[in-house]
Design a protein around this ligand. Structure first.
Ligand code: A2P
Length: 320
């Protein structure tokens, strides 16, 4: 079975299973992208923050040059980092990403977080490093995103880490609709309310950290994570179908009609993950895994809610 796709209003199709590149180190990401394209991945999720777009760009350019893929067969996503929210900074940020990825256009450009930092700050160390919602209104950032779409630099625009409130605020203010919301999602955080909202509004939801992001940086690790890949429910469904626990998590994501972007730099796991997109779980499996919801975030956004920040965790996540 081919990888399922989301079809957008203009007929473009986004494959439901993509390759995540967060935490894929320079030095290993090009080989992972090349291998992924060879075995059939057509969706690659990137961001300048991941520090590896130039190397991914080399791999994509080589794959196109060698005839392995055509540009129009690919779905390439990237994201606007938090310190580029001022309207004058949006297009240059996208142009830099395009230069690094060696592309003329992106398929999808997302606002990475609904949180703005001062232009000179990549990661905040104090509350003074932020721009509040009045200083960098998200509607103005969005208007600049719309202009990049008008200019043909990206075919679709969307957001990441937006809860229902943040998303509605943008939807009402938008001329060009946000078409995708990319958020953390896995059985410990199914995002049922957000998913219902997205479905009703015709917005695609892409699940990041679908495997629970066990390799996330130490600053984002907490000692008391509940089990995900080795949760009894997941192991049981894996045993029933003769598939791996990671495949259960990805099949679960695709069966509920979200996209998922698992990261791997390992050829065997890349293959396993892509194959999972063709596996459908039955209602019994979905119900069993549905019982794992704890509203648990591996990426909890605490950095954006540090003391003195204009943003709070409730503002970010409440009503999700
Ligand atoms: P590796 O890159 O060595 O394969 P997430 O996508 O949730 O951020 O999770 C990525 C992590 O999960 C990485 O540590 C990755 O390691 C690992 N991983 C990816 N695919 C699989 C798989 N099929 N089975 C086990 N671990 C996997």
């Amino acid at each position: 079975m081919a990888t399922p796709t989301f079809t957008f209003a203009n007929g473009d199709r986004m494959p439901a299973l993509g390759l995540g590149t967060w935490k894929s180190a320079p030095g290993e990401v090009a080989a992972a992208v090349t291998e992924a394209l060879k075995i059939g991945y057509r969706h690659i999720d990137c961001a300048p923050l991941y520090g590896n777009e130039a190397e991914i760009g080399e791999a994509i350019a080589e794959a196109i040059k060698s005839g392995l893929v055509k540009r129009e067969e690919l779905w390439i996503t990237s994201k606007l980092w938090n310190n580029k929210h001022l309207p004058r900074d949006v297009r240059p940020a996208l142009e830099r990403t395009l230069a690094d990825l060696r592309l003329d256009y992106l398929d999808l450009y997302l606002i990475h977080w609904p949180v703005a930092l001062k232009p000179e700050i990549e990661f905040p160390t104090s509350g003074a490093d932020f721009l509040g919602p009045e200083e960098a209104p998200i509607e103005n950032t969005w208007a600049a995103m719309e202009e990049t779409a008008d200019a043909g630099l990206c075919r679709h625009i969307g957001v990441s880490n937006f809860n229902v409130h943040r998303f509605k605020q943008l939807l009402f203010a938008s001329r060009v609709r946000p078409e995708v919301n990319q958020v953390e999602s896995h059985p410990l955080l199914p995002q049922a309310m957000l998913l219902d909202f997205c479905r009703a509004a015709g917005i695609a939801l892409t699940a990041y950290s679908p495997l629970g992001s066990p390799d996330r940086p130490a600053r984002l690790q907490r000692g008391d994570d509940p089990p995900l890949r080795d949760a009894p429910e997941v192991l049981e469904v894996a045993g029933k179908h003769g598939i791996s626990p990671a495949q259960v998590l990805l099949a679960w994501a695709v069966t509920r009609r979200t996209a998922a972007i698992p990261k791997s730099v390992n050829p065997e796991r890349l293959k396993q993950n892509l194959e999972a997109a063709s596996i459908r779980l039955d209602q019994e499996d979905m119900d069993k895994i549905g019982g794992m919801d704890q509203g648990y975030r591996f990426i909890n956004g605490a950095l954006w809610a540090m003391e003195g920040s204009p943003y709070t965790l409730d503002w970010l996540w409440k009503g999700q």
